[in-house]
Design a protein around this ligand. Structure first.
Ligand code: DAK
Length: 262
């Protein structure tokens, strides 16, 4: 499998496949092409009879610093809604085999939402996890308001989403977002070790168990995701999204002056 923005490492009959996000200069910002490649690679591995578990990683500096702001800064609300950006995210959520995220450095916005779409998470001590979209004049759009709230509860999810504050590894571990935290030199090895352990078990039982756990988590999720999508697109109707994203790209503080009643 040859891709531009990701690297797939899988040999012959190995039971564990590794996918690396590979846009290091942009802190692995998730552009549309990368998301399409990721969904395609995961599905190919999902259909490969030898593969039982996938590991998804970035690099030490960043798992992913969010969706690519350069692709959204000039978008209209209608474009955001019609562009079908959700297709790749939906395809990733529909992968049947277990996916273990091995995360380090920045895990922000869409990067956090991608981590929340995985089944287990091994993190390095340097990890910084958050939903900073509010600083760009928008809100989470790929499941953050729903999955984070279910995972850590309303008050904390609300705080993280309304302030954009980043969590440390210790805090995220305590809240149950992470399975284990290890030194930065070890997080990928530890994730691979966990993946190999899981891969010993029946592939059918693994898929059915994943499906059943997700069922507990996902009841009413679809409705919540739809609601979130509409509100995310609505953020693109006013000037604050343009100002927030433009300010980020120009490396200056944003000026949000639109009253909420407009
Ligand atoms: N998009 C584009 N470029 C990014 C980026 C991003 N999210 N994050 C970083 N970069 C780029 C920077 O612009 C910079 O590029 P150059 O200036 O070198 O060309 C390079 O990566 C290195 O970043 P910095 O120079 O800023 O590095 P620092 O160490 O100073 O700061 C940082 C690291 C992570 C704190 C900072 O880069 C930062 O605040 N980044 C933005 C984080 C953020 O706001 N993330 C949320 C983005 S919005 C949806 C699906 C997903 C989403 C929404 C909808 N649908 C399905 C509809 C998700 C939305 C988001 O994630």
């Amino acid at each position: 499998m040859d891709f531009k923005h990701i690297v797939v490492e899988h040999q012959g009959t190995e039971a564990v496949a590794l996918i690396r996000l590979n846009r290091p200069k942009q802190l692995n910002a998730l552009n549309l092409e990368l998301m399409d490649e990721l969904a395609a690679a995961l599905h190919e591995l999902d259909n490969n009879a030898h593969v039982r578990v996938m590991v998804l990683t970035g690099n030490d500096q960043a798992f992913a610093a969010g969706a690519d702001v350069t692709e959204m800064v000039n978008a209209t609300a209608l474009e955001m809604d019609l562009q079908n950006r959700f297709a790749a995210w939906n395809r990733i959520s529909s992968v049947r085999k277990p996916i273990i995220a091995a995360v380090s450095g920045y895990v922000l916005g869409g990067g956090c939402e991608l981590m929340l779409s995985c089944d287990m998470v091994v993190a390095s001590e340097t990890v910084r996890i958050g939903q900073p979209e509010i600083k760009l004049g928008v809100m989470p759009g790929a499941g953050g308001t729903q999955r984070l709230t279910r995972a850590i509860g309303k008050a904390l999810a609300m705080e993280l989403i309304l302030t954009g504050r980043m969590m440390t590894a210790d805090e995220a571990l305590r809240l149950g977002l992470l399975n284990r935290v290890v030194p930065v030199e070890c997080y990928l090895d530890e994730a691979m070790r966990l993946a190999k352990q899981v891969a010993e078990f029946s592939p059918i039982a693994l898929m059915l168990a994943k499906q059943a756990v997700n069922h507990a988590f996902n009841s009413f999720l679809d409705e919540g995701l739809l609601f979130e999508r509409k509100n995310f697109s609505l953020c693109f109707t006013g000037p604050d999204q343009k100002e927030g994203m433009q300010a980020f790209l120009e490396k200056r503080p944003p000026r949000f002056n639109t009253p909420a009643t407009e």
